[in-house]
Design a protein around this ligand. Structure first.
Ligand SMILES: Nc1ncnc2c1ncn2[C@@H]1O[C@H](COP(=O)(O)OP(=O)(O)OP(=O)(O)O)[C@@H](O)[C@H]1O
Length: 315
């Protein structure tokens, strides 16, 4: 167990009666990492978050945040350096955005003069005086993010933070996370929008039925799973003839599909990683018949579904 890590878990489990919400989780998140946690509904992500925050006691196992045990006496001080955006943040409609942040700042012991700059940081600078009943869903979510940022946390736990955000707001949100990461802040984030996480996390864990099924960078997970690549060959002449010919038949495990759009014909090859160079070598032999070549890595969604039924199981 790495006591220098921002977050270290060993053998962490949580049972609610007969329900095994989290089972034997080992995890280590380094300082300054943006770490994603994905999994089906009921996989145990929120429970894991709540245990790391000290809000729910583990049934067994050990959790260190910044080297401090969450069950230790000095965890109260560590807790002040944590920020949490819950999946459903409860807000009071009659308070303004600024009053809401001031309320959370008092609870957290954060300086009140951080509230207005934090509102500005999440793009709500001019909406601070308006009551929350006038806020849109996305504005509420930004305000939830703002309260998580109060007190300049060293570790941020964000449970589905981009819910209800428009594309520009999602960009702004991740730009803020990158700025925070550059100052050494550690970010744990859950999302069901895998395409959004794919380019934005340093590493991630895939949870299923309370357990971590896979862990690593997106690229490492692709390789672990041996998820196939898609290689598209755009051809000058009709592709069908090429499929009929034994051109690619020597490459093991290759799936071949033809597509046609107007006068352009393409071959889409589903290619095992190990056969990539063999396919590229053959493609080079097509000479001027090959107009273009596109290689598409499997998406995080492909990796997720590649884990089989377990990754899709709902509670
Ligand atoms: N307070 C509780 N009492 C009993 N069971 C609970 C409690 N909280 C969670 N569970 C159960 O623990 C399991 C994990 O739930 P959890 O909320 O951690 O999943 P999740 O991965 O966050 O799901 P989602 O993606 O739907 O938010 C589920 O079976 C859930 O019903």
């Amino acid at each position: 167990m790495d006591a220098n890590a921002a977050i270290a878990l060993r053998g962490v489990s949580k049972q609610y009666g007969a329900v095994h919400a989290v089972t034997e989780v080992d995890l280590c998140v380094q300082r300054g990492e943006i770490f994603g946690l994905i999994g089906h509904n009921g996989a145990g992500k929120s429970t894991l978050f709540k245990m790391m925050l000290g809000l729910v006691a583990p049934s067994s196992g050990e959790i260190l945040i910044d080297g401090k045990s969450i069950s230790g006496r000095d965890f109260r001080a560590t807790r002040r350096s944590l920020g949490y955006l819950p999946e459903n943040v409860v807000l009071y409609d009659n308070l303004s955005g600024l009053e809401t942040l001031q309320f959370f700042a008092r609870l957290k012991g954060a300086p009140l003069n951080q509230c207005q700059p934090t509102l500005e940081r999440v793009g709500l600078g001019s909406a601070g005086q308006r009551p929350l009943r006038e806020y849109s869903k996305g504005m509420r979510q930004r305000l939830g993010f703002a309260q998580a940022l109060l007190g300049s946390p060293r570790v941020l736990f964000l449970d589905e933070p981009s819910n209800g955000l428009d594309p520009q707001a999602i960009r702004d949100f991740y730009a803020t996370l990158n700025e925070l990461r550059n100052t050494g802040v550690t970010v744990l984030i859950t999302s069901h929008i895998l395409a959004e996480l794919q380019e934005r996390v340093d590493r991630l864990a895939i949870m299923s039925a309370g357990r971590i099924q896979a862990l690593g960078t997106v690229q490492a997970l692709r390789e672990q799973q041996q998820a196939p690549l898609h290689i598209e060959l755009v051809l000058a002449s009709e592709a069908d003839a090429l499929v009929a010919s034994p051109f690619f038949s020597g490459v093991p495990g290759l799936g071949v599909q033809t597509t046609a759009q107007g006068t352009t014909h393409s071959l889409v090859l589903t290619c095992p990683r190990a056969s990539k160079m063999a396919v590229l070598g053959l493609a080079a032999q097509l000479g001027s018949r090959l107009l273009d070549l596109k290689i598409q890595e499997p998406s995080l969604e492909d990796v997720f579904f590649g884990l089989g039924d377990a990754s899709r199981r709902a509670a």
